[in-house]
Design a protein around this ligand. Structure first.
Ligand code: GAL
Length: 673
């Protein structure tokens, strides 16, 4: 199913069931939404108890009336299935639907997301309510899409899940327990299994020392959650609903392999709650830009920003306000990086419950003369003027390999650092380097096809799966540019170390071989400096901390060396020509500034054209393309004015015409292709 919108969607989560006794509020909300240029609401995310007050008795009339009324007023609905939280009667009558935690205790009823994805009863009940919703709304012109459940996550360790886990392993290891024992290295500490029946999910009270078990459990949880989500989609389709489906992903969430779920969705959406309030917050801004790029790359298509906050987010340790202008910049950052929507949690703040003090479009005061309402109205106006951007794509020439399964293995393994390997941080630093080079980038796992890109950056890819190394070899041989860092290609897909030299399968491509890795305690560091006349013209010296690798060059030339400790003078950054391409290797955990010199130097040397030249530190540049033009978004996240050179012949859609960027501002230009 194709998701398509001819305008940018603007709206968010709306909970009219909390206000059923206030007809005046419903009317007022619609009036205020129209004033804020809101054209969409997400309904029904947690409405199961209202939709099915007692088992088998459904009441969707209140929902129907609201969907109708909103539609008559130009507001479309993304309609949720309510499985993210269940009615009390369901848990009371069928306790098996409640989750069992890793210590093997079943939860009581309460909160949300507290259900077993395996339970046949839960699946049956979810099927019935989803089916009813589909029957009711399948032909409704106001339904833009379906929102499956809410923020899938967590695991359940009940006997039903254990049984499915064993079946999953049985399939994967061809029913041969020796295969599994071998792949998991179970002779270690005498942990050999005699049969699949003996396998249990990891537990702090039991087995928690087998890395491969931890990995397979995480894979199983992704598999089972995906299966549950597919079950919900099937219920909607069986009920006749043919609108596109999505589910809302989360920021930096590694509890699931989102690439698994993404295969079954028509459009990706995610919830972005930045620790980003203003004042030179380039790091938070770029973190969120990074995640927008991750989400877009899941389908290489526009995604939806399903939730964000107009201002404070009340589940954070402190609920900071977003400074004036940040909402606009953050919203446009999503669009810049490929979103076809800006949506909030929440349209109206409720009076009670855990989220009553969370930011909203409509506050408890209820008027339009508030700072936040004014800012949301302004965002609405801007988005309305940017309709032509909807549907445009990203044609990045660069890709960063950022891999959830690698993260699982890397962070689970004992050594070389048990106090944080810094995977996410390293990927983000590489990202900042790409942005300093004025490039767009896709970000995806090692399983995706990267053959058409010019530059691929592979930070700390500890686990190489399948034919990854062979594909990289081909890529470089044919003229691709590779940047790889320390601690790559160490283990296979069940966390067994490779023998015979690492990075596995790429020692010839890189012209070097790993020898040792030193882990520095916090607050200790080394320095790295360039060798004279290095081919990239690197001039800066930089801090390195956390991890410093010592390698044996075998054909690669040295661009930078360590300055200190007994390995002063050892190579720290290397380059190797291979086939028609080039491979660069970074041995240590360098500070961000290194990447801001290194990646632009590589891009320049290999003629990968920037969107604009000389991107200032506090500025982010991203672009989207359609058949006839490119939209370039230039955002200043700093507190000072910045200046850039706009592309020749561009037409300004928003912001500055002379390249002068006021603090916290966005300029958007269109360039004909
Ligand atoms: C999200 C969730 C919403 C709401 C929001 C508050 O994670 O999906 O339902 O709770 O957080 O920030």
């Amino acid at each position: 199913m194709r998701f398509k919108t001819d305008h940018l969607i603007y709206g968010g989560d709306y909970n009219p069931e909390q206000w059923e006794d206030r007809e005046d509020i419903l009317e007022e909300d619609i009036r205020l939404m129209k004033e804020a240029h809101i054209n969409e609401v997400t309904l029904g995310v947690f409405s199961w108890a209202r939709e099915e007050p007692t088992e088998g008795e459904y009441d969707l009339s209140w929902l129907r009336r609201r969907v109708d009324l909103l539609y008559e007023n130009g507001i479309e609905t993304i309609l949720a299935t309510p499985s993210g939280a269940r009615p009390r009667w369901l848990a009371e009558k069928y306790p098996e639907v409640l989750r069992v935690d890793e210590t093997r205790h079943r939860n009581l009823f309460g909160r949300r997301h507290n259900h077993c994805y395996t339970s046949p009863v839960y699946r049956e009940k979810v099927w019935e309510i989803d089916h009813k919703l589909a029957e009711e709304f399948r032909h409704h012109p106001g339904i833009k899409a379906w929102h499956i459940s809410n923020e899938f996550g967590g695991d359940c360790h009940c006997p039903l899940c254990q049984k499915d886990f064993r079946n999953y392993l049985w399939e994967k290891y061809d029913g041969d327990i020796d295969n599994l024992n071998h792949a998991w290295w179970n002779t270690f500490w005498s942990h050999t299994y005699d049969s699949f029946e003996q396998i249990e999910s990891p537990s702090p009270r039991g087995e928690n020392s087998v890395n491969a078990l931890d990995l397979e459990w995480k894979r199983f949880v992704s598999h089972q959650t995906t299966d549950f989500m597919k079950h919900e989609i099937a219920a909607l389709r069986d009920g006749g609903a043919m609108q596109p489906v999505t589910t809302n992903f989360m920021y930096d969430f590694d509890g699931l392999d989102y690439e698994e779920l993404a295969k079954h969705l028509d459009v990706i959406s995610w919830d972005s709650y930045p620790f980003w309030y203003g004042k030179e917050d380039i790091i938070s801004a770029s973190e969120h830009a990074f995640y927008h790029d991750v989400m877009r790359s899941l389908k290489k298509k526009p995604f939806l920003l399903m939730e964000s906050s107009t201002t404070s987010t009340n589940w954070m340790p402190v609920s900071r306000l977003r400074r004036p202008g940040i909402l606009e910049n953050a919203s446009l950052s999503a669009v810049a990086h490929g979103s076809d929507s800006v949506q909030y949690f929440q349209i109206r703040a409720g009076r009670g419950g855990e989220e009553k003090l969370h930011g909203a479009v409509i506050s408890h005061y209820g008027g339009t003369d508030t700072r936040i309402f004014g800012e949301t109205r302004r965002v609405g106006e801007i988005l309305e003027g940017l309709s032509e951007v909807a549907g445009s794509l990203c044609d990045a020439k660069c890709a960063i390999i950022y891999d959830t399964q690698n993260r699982w293995a890397l962070e689970d393994s004992y050594g070389p650092r048990n106090t944080g390997m810094g995977y996410h941080d390293l990927a983000r630093k590489c990202y900042r380097g790409v942005k300093a080079a004025g490039l767009d980038t896709d970000i995806f796992s090692q399983d995706q096809d990267f053959s058409g890109y010019k530059l691929i950056i592979v930070p700390m890819l500890y686990m190489f799966r399948g034919d990854f190394a062979e594909r990289v070899e081909k890529f470089v041989k044919k003229g691709g540019i590779l940047v790889m860092t320390y601690w790559s290609g160490v283990v296979d897909e069940t966390d067994l170390t490779y023998l015979g030299g690492t990075p596995h399968g790429l020692t010839d491509v890189l012209g070097l071989r790993f020898e040792e890795i030193d882990s520095l305690p916090d607050a200790e560091y080394n320095h790295i400096s360039p060798v004279s006349d290095n081919s990239l013209g690197l001039t800066g010296s930089y801090f390195a901390d956390k991890l410093c690798e010592l390698i044996k060059p075998n054909g690669a030339s040295t661009l930078m060396t360590y300055d200190e400790d007994w390995y002063a003078g050892y190579p720290a950054v290397l380059e190797h020509e291979y086939g028609k391409g080039r491979a660069y290797y970074v041995c240590a955990d360098m500070e961000e500034e290194f990447y801001r010199e290194f990646i632009p130097a590589i891009a320049k040397r290999h003629r990968i054209k920037p969107l604009i030249a000389d991107v200032p530190y506090y500025v982010d540049v991203a672009s989207r393309v359609n058949d006839s033009c490119r939209y370039i978004f230039i955002q200043n996240y700093g507190v000072l004015e910045e200046k850039v050179k706009l592309p020749a012949g561009c037409e300004v859609l928003l912001g500055s015409a002379d390249g002068v960027l006021p603090p916290a501002s966005t300029t958007i230009v269109r360039v004909d292709l």
